[in-house]
Design a protein around this ligand. Structure first.
Ligand code: SF4
Ligand code: SF4
Length: 310
């Protein structure tokens, strides 16, 4: 085995992407802190950006067999912060229903900002990185034993996420306009909704993971968040690319991809990985025995998701 595989790699190329993330988040933190006059945004975005940049750096620098810990580190640092501090302690319902309710209330809280940056506008730059580096639901589901999907993706089941999105929106509109009982921001009711929503997500996610032998089944079929993300992430500047000169078509990248992306079809079409199902987890990049897969910056848009179906 190449000796480099067992050593840390602190070369300059490995700190470029972490520095980009660090710059974006700290720039945002300073800007929002100055314009709003509150120190919270400095702490919030500074902490999140530093945690993500640390994870990306670890993925690049750790010996190959430990690289998965890079993403896990960010996931735990940011996921716990959002779940415990913003959700439980600050009493903000970070679930999609809480976001809809805040929008109707016209309250500009951490949850509104979070959706705007992580799930709607941010994906124009970093795609669905939220789903691999920071989601507190996936933080738990990724601990389940089915890290590599053991069956192909079920065609058309992904429509459930759109149905869920529609039901959540309708429910909030019903409470707001018909019952006229809006949930007060940071109230006990908002906290109970957040706890209930999370219990539902965790239970559903674990049941699906065990029955379909796939940790990310919840993400593929049920979670409503990708409805936002998929609209903008198709234009993401950061995307994965396979170097056709290095690739030997061994297919390992497709076997390890937790989201069932058919990477080789993109390579054969001379495209970057345009799928809006790619969560930028980097698993394919460090599992590729030829080091043929990298993250790249560019401008293009995916229309069709190339996925592995039953
Ligand atoms: S699809 Fe949903 S549950 Fe899965 S990682 Fe993304 S936001 Fe989290
Ligand atoms: S294509 Fe690569 S980066 Fe994207 S989800 Fe699959 S393994 Fe992760």
């Amino acid at each position: 085995m190449d000796d480099k595989e067992n050593k840390w790699d602190f070369s300059f190329k490995n700190i470029v992407f972490p520095l980009i993330f660090l710059g974006i988040f700290w720039g945002l933190a300073i800007l929002l802190s100055i314009t709003s006059g509150t120190i919270f945004y400095l702490f919030n975005f500074g902490y999140i950006g530093t945690s993500i940049a640390t994870g990306i750096f670890l993925i690049q620098a750790l010996p190959r067999k430990h690289k998965a810990w890079g993403r896990r580190t960010s996931q735990i640092l940011v996921g716990c912060y959002m779940l415990l501090f913003l959700g439980f302690f600050n009493r903000e319902n970070m679930q999609i229903e809480g976001f809809f309710m805040l929008l109707l209330s016209g309250v500009f809280a951490a949850a509104t900002m979070h959706y705007l940056i992580a799930k709607i506008v941010g994906p124009l730059i970093f795609g669905r990185a939220w789903c691999s580096y920071t989601c507190w639901t996936a933080m738990i589901l990724d601990l389940m034993p089915y890290k590599r999907p053991q069956n192909k993706r079920i065609r058309y089941l992904g429509i459930v996420r759109y149905i869920y999105f529609f039901i959540a929106l309708s429910l909030v509109l019903f409470i707001w306009f018909i019952l006229k009982k809006p949930v007060e921001p940071q109230s006990s009711t908002e906290l109970y909704c957040f706890i209930g929503g999370n219990i539902l997500y965790y239970c559903l996610g674990m049941i699906l993971a065990c029955s379909l032998k796939d940790n990310r089944a919840f993400c593929k079929y049920i979670c409503p968040i990708p409805v936002f993300q998929k609209a903008t992430s198709r234009f993401a500047l950061l995307k994965i690319k396979i170097d056709p000169d290095k690739c030997v078509d061994c297919g390992k990248c497709e076997k390890v991809c937790p989201m069932d992306v058919k990477l080789l079809e993109y390579k054969n079409n001379k495209q970057r990985i345009l799928s809006t199902e790619c969560i930028w987890c980097s698993t394919c990049t460090y599992e590729c025995p030829q080091n043929a897969i990298t993250s790249t910056i560019g401008f293009d848009a995916g229309i069709r998701d190339r996925l592995n179906y039953r």
